[in-house]
Design a protein around this ligand. Structure first.
Ligand code: UGA
Length: 482
């Protein structure tokens, strides 16, 4: 089938490239001509596993790029809208990019086109889109469908090709039939059986579940899914704080509750809270949507409050253990909002670095992928960037793990320790075992687990979340000193 995808950001580019991969003829459209220029040369404009290979594989065949909707969409059976919907001051999304794409599309469709909304938009946006296009082109036949995306940054390609579910919010059988045809290679599993297919992830589903709903329900499913996942993260973080007080261990608690099939093991990793371009924005948008319709959602307010508090709590732990933050040299390992991406939007890591700088620390930061973006966003005379984790750690009073990169799980801890001025680590992502870290000689502080202090470093003055004796025999946190 011939398909157009409007918007070459994270969602649009992955969607277009993956549609080409499953056999369609795809034109990806973006009004950023420099982006189109790069894509035409075969350069992936976002950091995403498998994407560069797939662009190379299809760009001289069934995948093309173009800078104009008017040029790109004539003759396409389906046009996917995947433009940005950033948050506004009151939380509701800014739909101006959708509006301008819609009016351009309306001018150029040639009849019987299915217009598919992939951008995350409030409930009833499909109705609005339909009315807008009908007014502009009263004599043309078209359908508007909501087909929300559930792609995670870092694993977006395999999330697309081996999805848990495909949600189609169609108000017409004709449109539903077109969408089912588009997704057929995934729904039947035929794509996954191809010898050259992108390998399925471990625990990936063989075929996605097809969920056909009304358009309004599909639009709400997207927000509800992200809100529920944010709630899971905040729940486990609230439990982690309770573990600190109660002398329990959050990893044990998460394993204990996650093995209940009604709860499930995913999204129960305690840490510095969620970030990224989606969860914070979508929680605020859902709240704004509910408020506009006179329905309060205090549950979401609490989810967001817990999330913001995680960063404060972490800084408090650092301040207590080091005595003070001012004047300390800190190695910040990780800047991206999560491992596997170069995205720093609403990153808890960036927020913590900024707060450390505000409080007078000298920070040396390293991230495997997000250095360029971080350099552009945060400039401060006390912030430096290193070329690897060990350089960041040189002569630092403590190392902070701020992003769950696999590269950090495999750090040479002996080398790290000998590089640091003091062997102290604050792990905001619980990447290491407290017992093993204490055995390595680190004073180790993590989230919802007892601080682990080697016997040689024991001091007095216990801190708020640092009170429980560690498996390594600690009774109080270390004071790393100057
Ligand atoms: C999220 C959703 O997972 C996707 O399904 C959705 O399509 C996407 O938003 C979107 O709306 O476009 P993403 O933002 O890429 O995807 O990131 P996630 O992997 O979901 O992680 C979100 C945040 O939660 C990250 O900051 C992560 O570090 C944090 N998290 C996640 C935890 O702190 N603990 C966990 O157990 C899981």
């Amino acid at each position: 089938m011939k398909i157009a995808v409007v918007g070459c950001g994270y969602v649009g580019l992955v969607t277009g490239v993956c549609f080409a991969e499953i056999g369609h003829e795809v034109i990806c459209i973006d009004n950023d001509l420099s982006k189109i220029g790069l894509l035409r040369k075969g350069t992936a404009t976002i950091y995403e596993q498998f994407l560069p290979e797939l662009i190379q594989k299809h760009r001289r065949g069934r995948l093309s790029f173009c800078g104009s909707i008017a040029e790109g969409i004539p003759g396409c059976e389906a046009v996917f809208i995947a433009v940005g919907t950033p948050g506004t001051a009151d939380g509701s999304p800014d739909l101006s990019a959708v509006e301008s794409a819609a009016s351009e599309i309306a001018k150029s469709i040639t009849g019987s086109t299915v217009i598919v909304q992939k951008s995350t938009v409030p409930v009833k946006s499909g109705d609005w889109l339909e009315n807008t296009i009908a007014k502009l082109r009263p004599n043309i036949s078209f359908d508007v469908v909501s087909n929300p995306e559930f792609l995670r940054e870092g694993t977006a390609v395999t999330d697309f090709l081996y999805a848990d579910r495909i949600v189609l919010g169609c108000n017409s059988p004709r449109a539903a039939a077109v969408l089912r045809r588009i997704y057929e290679p995934l729904l039947s599993g035929s794509y996954g059986r191809e010898a050259a297919a992108v390998p399925a992830p471990r625990n990936g589903q063989a075929v996605p579940r097809l969920i056909e709903t009304s358009r309004n329900s599909a639009e709400l499913i997207k927000y509800a899914a992200n809100a529920f996942l944010s709630m899971k993260v905040s729940f486990i973080n609230a439990m982690a704080n309770l573990c600190d007080i109660a002398g329990a261990d959050i990893d044990e608690v998460a394993a204990g509750i996650g093995s209940d099939s009604r709860i499930g093991p995913n999204f129960l990793r305690a840490g510095l809270g969620y970030g990224g371009s989606c969860f914070p924005k979508d929680a605020a948008a859902l709240q704004a949507l509910a408020a506009q319709r006179g329905c309060a959602l205090p549950l979401l307010e609490e989810v967001q409050r817990i999330n913001a508090n995680q960063r404060e709590q972490f800084l408090e732990t650092i301040a207590q253990a080091l005595g003070k933050i001012e004047g300390k040299r800190i190695a910040a390992l990780g800047l991206a909002f999560k491992g596997g991406t170069d995205d720093i939007r609403s990153s808890p890591a960036i927020a913590i670095v900024e707060k450390l700088l505000e409080r007078g620390a000298r920070v040396c930061a390293f991230d495997p992928a997000a250095m360029e973006r971080s350099r552009a966003q945060v400039q401060h005379r006390s912030l430096h960037f290193a070329t690897d984790p060990y350089e960041a750690a040189r002569d630092a009073h403590a190392a902070l793990i701020l992003t769950d990169w696999d590269e950090f799980r495999t750090l040479d801890l002996e080398r790290l320790k000998s590089t640091l001025a003091d062997p102290v680590m604050f792990d905001g992502r619980n990447l290491f075992s407290p017992k093993a870290m204490a055995a390595q000689g680190f004073s180790y502080y993590s989230i919802g687990r007892a601080a682990a202090i080697p016997a040689a470093c024991r001091q007095t003055s216990p801190g708020r979340s640092l009170t429980r004796a560690s498996a390594a025999g600690a009774e109080a946190p270390a004071n790393a000193g100057d």
